[in-house]
Design a binder for this molecule. Structure first.
Ligand code: GZL
Length: 335
């Protein structure tokens, strides 16, 4: 009998027991959390207690992702959301997941800050029969029974789309490019770098330097300042997110050059500030990475708790924008 089925049976037993308990003593405060039920109020047994460990608050994308999760996993929608911000530290995420296990939540969900180092804590969640859902970023675990589903974009495809556009626009001009990489070891950093490199491999665009800007505007600016001091012939910046691209714009302007013209910029995400810079001609192309993962997470969590089979991989659909498309899209952007 699968874990999910076992948990569904336990939930049904708990609900039945709860109904009986409510008749006997309506004032008893039901214990929060999953576990075997026992004494839970009918309302509480219908509520899914979900523990979520978020990467941090490093970028506009992350803020939009957090808002989507908190706006969707509400009590009105049947959730008791326990939310923690790991400030981009894996040890904080592991600590939060262990806390959720101790609290016997019904489901654990998280966006892994980096790909590696998760097997031990995911084994602990599995031993506690608490299902885990990955959102946004992947883990490199060989054992895919450690999580029920992974909901997020295809980052290799995002990098490829960025590189394909660069080749289409700039091949044959001997462009020298620099790369502002995301957090070292994070799935979007590894995959976007790979996708872009594969796309430009057959062109004369030369990647002369890469360095992490940790997905933040401040660090993206600092790294770009360093590149501008080191090289006087940069033609193109590929930034793994809008925030680092916006930091690069500040550095390029401070160096007396015109972003989007003297130095072309391609980024990933499509958050409002990035799309505005694109519309203003300071960025040349943005590949979107949709952060609005709350609805998919809620749907998958409900199916998992109900013991229903769920897709192991749910790929979020992304668009891409040039400067004209950004002007048209801006008024309707949700984030
Ligand atoms: C991508 C997400 C990345 C964004 C960054 O799904 O993990 O992390 O591209 C964010 O803006 O910091």
């Amino acid at each position: 009998m699968s874990t999910n089925f076992r948990r569904a049976g336990a939930a049904l037993f708990a609900a039945t027991l709860t109904a009986a308990t409510l008749v006997a003593c309506s004032s008893e405060q039901a214990p929060q959390g999953g576990g075997d039920g026992g004494g839970e109020s009918a309302a509480a047994s219908d509520t899914i207690v979900l523990g979520f460990s978020q990467v941090g608050a490093e970028s506009g994308w992350r803020a939009a992702n957090t808002k989507s999760i908190q706006d969707t996993l509400t009590t009105e929608n049947g959730f008791d959301l326990k939310f923690s911000d790991a400030q981009q530290k894996q040890e904080n995420q592991i600590q939060a997941i262990r806390s959720y296990i101790q609290q016997q939540v019904d489901v654990i969900a998280f966006s892994p800050v980096v790909e590696t180092g998760w097997d031990a804590v995911l084994e602990e969640a599995k031993a506690a029969e608490i299902p885990v859902i990955l959102t946004d970023r992947a883990v490199d675990s060989e054992d895919d029974t450690l999580y029920e589903s992974f909901i997020g974009s295809d980052f290799v495809e995002e990098g490829k789309r960025a590189g394909d556009w660069a080749v289409e626009q700039y091949d044959g001009e001997g462009y020298k490019a620099v790369e502002l990489q995301g957090t070292t070891g994070a799935a979007p950093m590894i995959d976007r770098q790979q996708g872009f490199a594969d796309a430009i491999a057959g062109s004369d665009i030369e990647m002369i330097d890469s360095q992490t800007g940790n997905f933040t505007r401040t660090e993206g600016k600092q790294v770009m300042e360093g590149f501008l001091q080191k090289y006087d012939d940069i033609d193109l910046v590929f930034a793994h997110n809008d925030d680092m691209g916006l930091g690069a714009i500040e550095a390029i302007e401070a160096a007396g050059k015109v972003p989007g013209k003297d130095i072309k910029i391609i980024t990933v995400d499509g958050v409002k500030d990035g799309m505005q810079a694109l519309a203003d001609g300071k960025i040349n192309y943005i590949v979107e990475c949709n952060p609005l993962l709350g609805p998919d997470l809620a749907e998958i969590a409900k199916k998992v708790v109900a013991g229903e089979e769920v897709e192991k991989r749910i790929v979020t659909q992304d668009e891409a924008f040039d400067q004209e498309a950004a002007k048209a899209a801006l008024p309707d952007r949700q984030y």
